[in-house]
Design a protein around this ligand. Structure first.
Ligand SMILES: C[S@@+](CC[C@H](N)C(=O)[O-])C[C@H]1O[C@@H](n2cnc3c(N)ncnc32)[C@H](O)[C@@H]1O
Length: 227
């Protein structure tokens, strides 16, 4: 079913066709390397048994399925997305799991699930929004993380588009949306510091064009000290 797009110049709100075939299209576009890349990124997240994970813009649940074995039966995963086609795939994939939940929830407006998590994961979602909307999303992230919990941001890294080899630049500027162009030029550790994150670490993929950026939400006692 076609849904109204709030950001027509972005590609983050997928068409039904792309949503239904998203995982397969990524595998084809990456010449089969997508699966091993995501697996390595998720291994690097250092997830532990019993952790509770919130996946914003969770898509079909492809990433969630790779995270679940690390979380074990005591852990849980909650996925949020607005695409009906993604929801259908996610629900089908996890129909026999009691520790996996899906909610049709916009992440670009303030919301409160009434619960806090050990990890908030976002994969190829944040770059697709205008910068002021990214701020709303980061406030949602912070609201749903335990003090000391982690944001795991799997997305484009920081780089200068003008210094990319011609072919890479051509692909990036023709495939990606305008919001990705400013995303890669921003200093994300500085931005995340403004949302109470610290202790950053990162792992790079695909010639440093993509990274997993880990950021820890400040502990409660540090928040209190600032006032
Ligand atoms: C590029 S896909 C990434 C999917 C998944 N995270 C992955 O890495 O496979 C972006 C996802 O964000 C979802 N999305 C777009 N806008 C959203 C919004 N405002 N609130 C929640 N999800 C949104 C889309 O439906 C889509 O599933």
């Amino acid at each position: 079913m076609k849904q109204k797009r709030l950001y027509p110049e972005s590609k983050v709100e997928l068409t039904p066709f792309i949503a239904r075939n998203y995982d397969m299209l990524l595998k084809a576009a990456s010449l089969g390397r997508y699966g091993s890349f995501v697996r390595r990124a998720i291994e690097a997240m250092d997830l532990k048994s019993g952790m509770h994970v919130l996946d914003l813009g969770c898509g079909s649940g492809y990433n969630a399925a790779l995270m679940l074995p690390f979380l074990g039966p005591e852990g849980s995963l909650t996925g949020l997305d607005i695409s009906i086609d993604m929801e259908r795939q996610f629900r089908r994939r996890f129909q026999h799991y009691t520790n996996v939940n899906f909610k049709n929830q916009r992440i670009d407006i303030p919301f409160d699930l009434g619960k806090i998590y050990d990890v908030v994961f976002m994969s190829f979602v944040l770059h697709g929004f205008p910068h002021d909307v990214r701020g709303v999303i980061l406030e949602n992230v912070s609201r749903h993380l335990k003090p000391g919990g982690h944001l795991m941001l799997l997305d484009f890294a920081e780089f200068d588009i003008h210094r990319m080899p011609f072919l890479h630049r051509w692909v990036f500027t023709h495939v990606e949306c305008v919001y990705a162009f400013d995303f890669v030029q921003r200093s994300w550790k500085e931005i995340l510091s403004l949302y109470d994150f610290e202790y950053f670490s990162e792992k790079s993929f695909f010639k440093n064009y993509i990274r997993l950026l880990k950021a820890q939400k400040k502990e409660a006692f540090q928040e209190e000290l600032r006032f």
